[in-house]
Every structure is written in C-alpha cells, then in structure tokens.
Ligand binder design. Structure first.
Ligand code: AMP
Length: 281
C-alpha cells in the first residue's frame, strides 16, 4: 500500500496508474477505522482497478470545537487494518494540503430543504463543511466511483446533490449499515461510550426495527412519540426521531404517501452522540 500525505505526490502516483480501462474507487473517512469503513473499502476493491482511502478529520464540518478535539484518532491501527484488507493507496493529508490558504476556492452550494432538517438543523454548518471537503477530495482524487455509508444517510443525499450541482462525473454508491452483534451501528464514536451506555446502545436499532414492524398499526405521530419515549432510558437523550420521505427528507404525515420512507434518529448516550436510520418499506 502506498501512503501519501501530499496532494502533489498522490496526484503523480494516480497519473502513473491511470490508463484507459482502469477505474479508481474512493473511500473518504475520518479514521478510527472499524468494520463499517472496511466494508466500503472491500466493495471498492471488488469493483475497481485501484482503491484509494483517505483519512482526514475535517475541521470545517465540526460545529463544536470540543467534538473535533475529542474525535478518536488511531492512525497506526488504521494503517494496519487497511494493509490487511488490501487497500492500494492511503491518503492522509495535513489540513494545509486540503485547504491551501493562498489558492483555495471555497465552493458554496444550496442544498435547500435537505440541509434544514435533522443533522442539518441540529449541527449548523455541518453539511457546508462536508460538501466542501468531499468536493475538494474529489478534485484531488478524481475517482471513477465514490463509496459512502447509509449510516450517514443525510450526508449521502447532500453529497449526491453536490455532485449533481457541480456536474462531476464520479458515480456515487451507497453501502448498507454495518452493525455490531446487538444491532448498534458501527461508528468511530462508539469507543467513547461508557460501558453502561454501550451495553444499552442496542436499543436504538431495536426501536428502529419495532417502528418498522408497527408501521401499519399506528399513525406517524404515535410512532414518533412511542420511539422518543423508548429511547429516553436513563443516560440516553434522543435529539430527534423522524419519519421522512427518503428522497426529500421532509416529514410525512401519513404512511399512505407515495415514495420510500426512512426513520432517522440521533441519540445522546451520555456525552456521545449516536445516529442511525432504517428504511421502513
Ligand atoms: P466517517 O469516518 O465516520 O466519516 O465515515 C466514513 C464513511 O464510512 C462514511 O461514508 C460513512 O457513512 C461510512 N460508515 C461509517 N460507519 C459505517 C457503518 N457502520 N456502516 C457502513 N458505513 C459506515
């Protein structure tokens, strides 16, 4: 596996590898890798000639300085995991490489209603930062395919919209959520959970599944109320539980509406914020 910290060096290598029939798969991450990330890397390896993974804790998408500071960082372990899985190239840039002050054009996008709900509403500026970094990384790597997880479903839709607005040719693929045995969605933040909270965290997926099971028996309002109550166990505080149209992310008022529905939630477990979602139909 090649490891690059500089944009120039990475691009030189990519140019050398580039021939007519070769495809490049790209998996951007913030490190502290787990099996969820590795599933994306494996899929990219299976579907492309070369796979590039990036590890970059992007400061512009953190709306709270303390969250950025506490974000887990395990670079040596990450490198070992990527070596083991057979990743071809790892890009681990410094902030100054991603955002060179002198010539960096900050793109601005309008995500309309997609950015006004759920993560966008509770983390102001978060998706502007996400779109900025993904745009910049795509400009650097120029991948054939970009792999992102359903775990961050709203982020996936924002990136899809950014790609549409910029006319980039990258194909975007979504990979299903990889879970722990008890159903907790794998996340870099899980290592920060207190043992007592970790033990109970499977409840988030359980509530999502039970919401799906009860879809034909209760109204949307009743389901949301029920779910918020279930998630309010000691030490846990749900920030939102929404049942929305999976394309527009706008709340729906009845189950009979056309289109796919998805339930999305964010829950504080002590000081750790967990997100999860489940397609309901
Ligand atoms: P992150 O390092 O948290 O920014 O995540 C990097 C990529 O991995 C994003 O596209 C995430 O959606 C994806 N990802 C994170 N956790 C999971 C998971 N449990 N299952 C599938 N994909 C995931």
């Amino acid at each position: 596996m090649y490891l690059f910290k500089g944009v120039k060096e990475l691009r030189k290598q990519l140019r050398m590898l580039q021939t007519a029939n070769r495809s490049f798969g790209f998996v951007p991450t913030m490190g502290a890798l787990h099996d969820g990330h590795l599933a994306l890397v494996r899929r990219s390896l299976a579907e492309n000639s070369f796979t590039i993974c990036s590890i970059f804790v992007n400061p512009t998408q953190f709306n709270e300085a303390s969250d950025l500071e506490k974000y887990p960082r395990t670079p040596s372990k990450d490198i070992e995991m990527l070596l083991e899985v057979g990743c071809d190239i790892l890009f681990m840039p410094f902030v100054s490489e991603v955002y060179p002050a002198e010539d960096y054009r900050k793109p601005s996008f309008d995500f309309g209603l997609l950015d006004n709900v759920m993560e966008g509403a509770f983390r102001p500026g978060h998706f502007a930062g996400v779109a900025q970094v993904v745009y910049r990384l795509l400009e650097i790597v120029e991948p054939t395919r970009l792999y992102m997880g359903q775990k961050d479903y709203q982020q996936f839709l924002i990136v899809r919209e950014m790609i549409r607005q910029t006319g980039l040719s990258t194909q975007l693929a979504m990979h299903p959520i990889i879970r722990e045995k008890d159903g907790l969605a794998m996340s870099s933040r899980n290592v920060r959970l207190e043992p007592g909270h970790r033990q109970k965290a499977g409840i988030i997926y359980e509530v999502l599944q039970k919401t799906k099971d009860q879809l034909s028996k209760k109204s949307i309002g009743q389901l949301k109320e029920w779910a918020l109550e279930q998630l309010s166990v000691p030490g846990f505080r749900p920030e939102y539980f929404e049942i929305v149209d999976a394309e527009t992310l706008q709340p729906v008022s009845s189950i009979d509406e056309e289109g796919q529905l998805i339930a999305c939630t964010a829950v504080w477990a002590g000081g750790v914020r967990l997100i999860d979602n489940l397609f309901l139909q």
